[in-house]
Ligand binder design. Structure first.
Ligand code: NAD
Ligand code: TDX
Length: 338
């Protein structure tokens, strides 16, 4: 039995991870720490309260005293850091909180790992640390050897955190791994991101803002496939290694929006082209051959299966969307404690 420290578990990817592992590993114990920022939604993890191998704690990864106390109390074996400010557009408007959470927060966790000792620290990183690829070179993919070359304050903060993680491995011998994944989609994604934003706006026949020409390409992966990869890397990955995880499903943004509208029986007339994102990365595409060969990871969802299931989930979860739209999701944790 091991004790896992999961940060950012009330967010999109972390909550999906917790649903997966608390069932798969009944003999392990999972402590979720989340600050419940605007992106953290207690409704995502409320059903886990019933489980005997799980506990939720509200707190901030930048709060060193609080984090150290938790390490002392819980004696964590494994730390997985999902917590981050994750929305690129916000980082362009207000970079500071991205540097605080994504860099300083990571440093606080790494220091606690050195101080108290752990068997594995895993950093959830992103393909955005590699910058972007040209649209007219489909032969080019990001590998783990691709140099870091970031575009936004968000991706720069994530790359900085990755460098810190590797520095703690080399300097203090901390047993670390890093995974860099492409764009995720699936249940519980905050409707600021392209796919849930399109679905939730289309539900009310609101316009869908497409940045620039809509030709920017992202490599989409179902969140479950990402989390299966994280679990494999944490349990079997080699210490000190970085592993890419990708969807092998490159699509231009306009095609994603049109696919969703068609599936929902809505008109393309909802699409509105708006001013482009500043510094907008053109194309992401990930080579995952290292994790496939070394750890036997592979995707289970095709994009078509995954997106249809995801659209259905949002259509069946309109209460979840309404709670976000009304803001009442931010009271969900307080109400649960009464
Ligand atoms: P998210 O924004 O949905 O969730 C982030 C969670 O972290 C939220 O619950 C939030 O409350 C929490 N949090 C934020 N600041 C915190 C702090 N200071 N202390 C404690 N908790 C804090 O993000 P996500 O999409 O689930 O992303 C999770 C991780 O995966 C991030 O590290 C992100 O960089 C990475 N990632 C995301 C994608 C994607 O497509 N969404 C792709 C690759 C990598
Ligand atoms: O309204 C929109 N219109 C639009 O055209 C939004 C929100 C986005 N877009 C475009 C911008 C991107 O090219 O769609 C694409 C996807 O945008 P986001 O959903 O904001 O994701 P992206 O910027 O690609 O970053 C995501 O993937 C990598 C996550 O948010 C990051 O956390 C992750 O690291």
């Amino acid at each position: 039995m091991k004790t896992y420290f999961i940060t950012g578990g009330a967010g999109f990817i972390g909550s999906n991870y917790l649903h997966y592992v608390t069932s798969k590993y009944p003999n392990d114990y999972f402590v979720c720490l989340d600050a419940l920022t605007y992106a953290g939604n207690y409704n995502n993890i409320r059903p886990l309260d019933e489980k005997g191998n799980y506990k939720f704690v509200q707190g901030n990864i930048t709060d060193r005293q609080f984090v150290n106390q938790l390490f002392e109390q819980e004696k964590f074996d494994v730390v997985i850091n999902f917590a981050a400010e994750s929305h690129v557009d916000n980082s362009i408007k207000n970079p500071e909180i991205f540097l605080m959470t994504n860099i300083i927060g990571t440093e606080v966790l790494l220091d606690a790992c050195v101080k108290y000792g752990i068997t594995r620290y895993h950093q959830i990183s992103t393909d955005e640390v590699y910058g972007d690829l040209p649209l007219d070179r489909p032969d080019l993919l990001f590998t783990e050897e691709t140099p870091l070359k970031t575009s936004s304050p968000y991706s720069t903060s994530k790359a900085s955190a990755d460098l810190l993680v590797m520095a703690y491995h080399r300097t203090y011998g901390l047993p670390v791994t890093i995974s860099r994944c492409s764009n995720n989609y699936g249940p519980f994604q905050f409707p600021e991101k392209l796919i849930p934003l399109t679905i939730s706006r289309a539900l009310n026949d609101e316009v869908i803002p497409v940045y620039g020409t809509g030709q920017n390409v992202r490599d989409w992966i179902h969140v479950h496939d990402h989390n299966v990869g994280v679990d494999l890397i944490v349990r079997n990955g080699k210490v000190g290694e970085i592993y890419n995880l990708g969807g092998h499903s490159e699509r231009p943004n306009l095609s994603i929006v049109k696919t969703i509208l068609a599936q929902m029986g809505k008109s393309d007339d909802l699409i509105t082209f708006v001013e482009d994102r500043k510094g907008h990365d053109l194309r992401y595409a990930i080579a995952s051959s290292k994790v496939e060969k070394e750890l036997g990871w592979n995707r289970t969802y095709t994009f078509e299966e995954g997106i249809n299931k995801t659209i259905k989930w949002y259509l069946d979860s309109q209460d979840w969307i309404d709670d976000i739209k009304s803001g009442s999701y931010q009271k969900a944790y307080k109400i649960s404690k009464r």
